[in-house]
Write a protein that binds this ligand. Structure first.
Ligand code: ADP
Length: 252
């Protein structure tokens, strides 16, 4: 279970990006976070694994206090929390396989892995994870020769190397066209359903939120303003939450 209590982030310039957010996410739930640009979605996700240090409040993973964890404990906790990003964040000049293997850096012996000598079992897992996202045949290509959708699938395979309990996805399809977006989201859905990995995913397309979420959290001005089942969030509800600003958001 992933839980936040009073999670708050005030940036040094005084911006209150997240305000007193308390939410309990059961294991295996697929949570989609929606909101206008600047509503705090990315800050929320990044506070969950302390990529952004919360100003106050608590994050608990299976009752363990993420926010209070010292560096060595935080490393262990972060192994359980995978993350994918809008811009994929691959090492562009390295092969697809090497990129996937870097997901195991926290588990393998560092000197051996830096020298490119990965244990056979790790290598096998990397190939199996590439196979799961349907691009095993691209293993030896340079990462930057792949399309955007394929690169995001590499990023998913990389994060699977951590064998995470939770996957944070920060606008994972914002750079992709609609058809490719579905091809990526279907893999996220697959690992959620097959492996029981909890997913917390920021999206700005209502249609995608409705299609993939078990639960939709709506943020406005850093506050949680709605916690809904996906079929409860239609355009009218969205306008009710966001007023005329809702025009900014793509509801298609
Ligand atoms: P979203 O992901 O919903 O677009 P963000 O979490 O990126 O929203 O941003 C929430 C608010 O915090 C915005 O007002 C944004 O400008 C501000 N913000 C984000 N990062 C920083 C930062 N490093 N320093 C100052 N303000 C920030």
């Amino acid at each position: 279970m992933l839980e936040t209590r009073g999670l708050t982030k005030v940036f040094p310039n005084g911006t209150r990006a997240l305000n007193d957010l308390s939410v309990t996410i059961p294991d295996g739930q697929f949570v989609v976070v929606i909101g206008l640009s600047g509503s705090g979605k990315s800050t929320f996700l990044r506070c969950l694994n302390r990529l952004v240090e919360p100003t106050s409040g608590t994050v608990l993973l299976d009752g363990k206090d993420v926010t209070a964890a010292p560096a060595d404990k935080l490393r262990q906790i972060r192994m359980q929390i995978g993350m994918i990003f809008q811009q994929f964040n691959l090492i562009r000049r390295e092969s697809v396989l090497t990129n996937v293997l870097t997901g195991a850096l926290g588990t393998a012996s560092l000197p051996a892995s830096l020298a490119g000598r990965w244990p056979a079992a790790v290598m096998e897992r990397a190939m199996a994870n590439l196979d799961r996202v349907g691009i095993a045949e691209k293993a030896h290509q340079r990462a930057d020769t792949l399309s955007g959708g394929q690169q995001q699938r590499v990023a998913i395979a990389r994060t699977l190397m951590q064998q995470p309990r939770v996957l944070l996805a920060d606008e994972p399809v914002a750079s992709l066209d609609p058809a490719t977006s579905h091809s990526v989201m279907r893999y996220v859905e697959q690992i959620n359903k097959e492996d029981g990995i909890t997913v917390v995913c920021n999206l700005h397309f209502l249609s995608l939120a409705r299609r993939y979420a078990d639960r939709v959290l709506a943020l406005r001005g850093g506050e949680l303003v709605a916690d809904l089942l996906p079929n409860a969030i239609d355009e009218a509800k969205f306008k009710e939450i966001y007023g005329e600003d809702a025009m900014e958001v793509e509801v298609a």
